[in-house]
Design a protein around this ligand. Structure first.
Ligand code: 13P
Length: 249
């Protein structure tokens, strides 16, 4: 049994007062038991305020990125150890915006995944192909390489989540076709099973890319999709909650 996991990636949005107002509304909507794992992933600046508000609730907290080194001369960066301090449970590793805008390669993403697991946190490993790669018939080859390199020396994947986010669907309003998302999730599942045996079966796979309240159910009802990673539509607490409700069925 895999409990669905729906996460709000705010990207570079919201000041601390805006984050507080959002989370108060989300907590109101969530009531006692969301029945689904719900994770909010704010900017670093809002993490302490979010941690304080979410601590007494079942809602989880994530960081959008973290450096694998425990400390050192990395101006502007924040380490996994530092976000662990704040009560963060999840760390996004290898989001396509980090890969593209900040030049992250598979080797660095792998180090982030291992550091996250080492600190007892759960990596959300983001994988996905560009439009050119899909048109060229290389979608699976790309995703397989991203998985293989990021998980190369991971022994125990406990807590690991995979987010399949086709790059061309992110922020474009053009989501993947649900059968294509299911086909990719099933291939990822097969790969995880081969790599981690029965423990691979427990790893949750999210779909991300233009998920909205009106299409969420189509993705969240797919057999190998166990949740969603939501960008734009997660910026409004009511819209995000409508997506969470779609995961509850
Ligand atoms: P959108 O939901 O805005 O397409 O973003 C998806 C995403 O990148 C979540 O990490």
């Amino acid at each position: 049994m895999r409990i669905p996991i729906v996460a709000a990636n705010w990207k570079m949005h919201k000041t601390i007062p805006e984050a507080r107002a959002y989370l108060k509304r989300l907590i109101e909507l969530a009531g006692q038991d969301p029945g689904v794992e719900v994770v909010v992933i704010p900017s670093f600046t809002a993490l302490p305020a979010a941690a304080a508000l979410l601590a007494p609730t079942p809602l989880g907290l994530g960081a959008q990125d973290a450096r694998p080194e425990s400390a050192g001369a990395y101006t502007g960066a924040v380490s996994v150890a530092q976000v662990a301090d704040l009560g963060v449970r999840y760390v996004l590793c290898g989001h396509s915006e980090r890969r593209k805008l900040f030049g992250e390669d598979d080797a660095l993403v792998g180090r982030k995944v291992r550091a996250t697991l080492h600190h007892g946190l759960a990596p959300i490993l983001c994988v996905g192909e560009t439009l050119d790669e899909r048109k060229g018939g290389r979608a699976w080859a790309v995703v397989e390489r991203q998985l293989g390199e990021a998980l190369a020396s991971v022994g125990d994947p406990d807590g690991l989540v995979i987010a399949y986010e086709p790059v061309w669907a992110i922020g474009t309003g053009v989501a993947a076709q649900p059968p294509a998302a299911q086909a990719m999730a099933a291939r990822i599942r097969g790969w995880l099973r081969k790599r981690f045996g029965s423990r691979g079966e427990a790893i949750r796979i999210q779909y991300g890319g233009s998920v909205r309240p009106d299409n969420a159910r189509e993705f969240l009802s797919l057999p190998d999709v166990d949740g969603a990673l939501v960008g734009g539509a997660s910026l409004d607490p009511d819209a995000f909650w409508a997506i969470v409700r779609a995961a509850r069925g």
